[in-house]
Design a protein. Structure first.
Length: 154
């Protein structure tokens, strides 16, 4: 796939790849809304995780039984509210930093009705570290992992 292709996953869920990052639509469920009628912090962290799965499945899927990705840091900044009517949320992801054993993903989250060039409602980042599951120790990212992640570096 090139950086401007549209793709359809085998499960029928669409995702978009463009020059600014990997875009994953994440539906907002009724249970994601709190008593103030917006998506709260804990739910937003889960939405970031749900978006991250299709982004990282290509490079890490084959190693799922040996290499794990542990969250080392999570940062979320809210610029606006997101509500049920904003579903599916458009989560744009890219690699902010790539090191030997870890990398940081940047996120911008927008309403489905928002212009992709508009200011995001949520800006976030997660630092993930590669860990050997059986040995419970940090491991270097493989050349295949690095090649994929470098394509999304910005």
């Amino acid at each position: 796939m090139t950086a401007s292709d549209d793709a359809e996953r085998s499960d029928g869920e669409e995702r978009r790849i463009d020059t600014v990052g990997f875009v994953a639509p994440v539906p907002v469920r009724w249970s994601d809304i709190d008593m103030y009628q917006h998506i709260n912090h804990a739910t937003m962290v889960t939405i970031l995780e749900e978006a991250r799965v299709p982004f990282l499945s290509e490079p890490f899927g084959a190693d799922i039984t040996t290499i794990g990705l542990l969250i080392a840091d999570v940062r979320v900044t809210y610029k606006d509210q997101l509500r049920l009517a904003d579903s599916p949320l458009q989560v744009t992801m890219w690699v902010k930093r790539l090191r030997a054993v870890d990398f940081t993903i940047g996120y911008e989250v927008r309403s489905v009705s928002a212009d992709p060039a508009s200011k995001p409602a949520v800006i976030a980042e997660t630092q993930l570290a590669a860990v050997h599951i059986d040995e419970q120790r940090l491991v270097r990212l493989t050349p295949q992992h690095r090649e994929y992640l470098q394509r999304w570096l910005r």
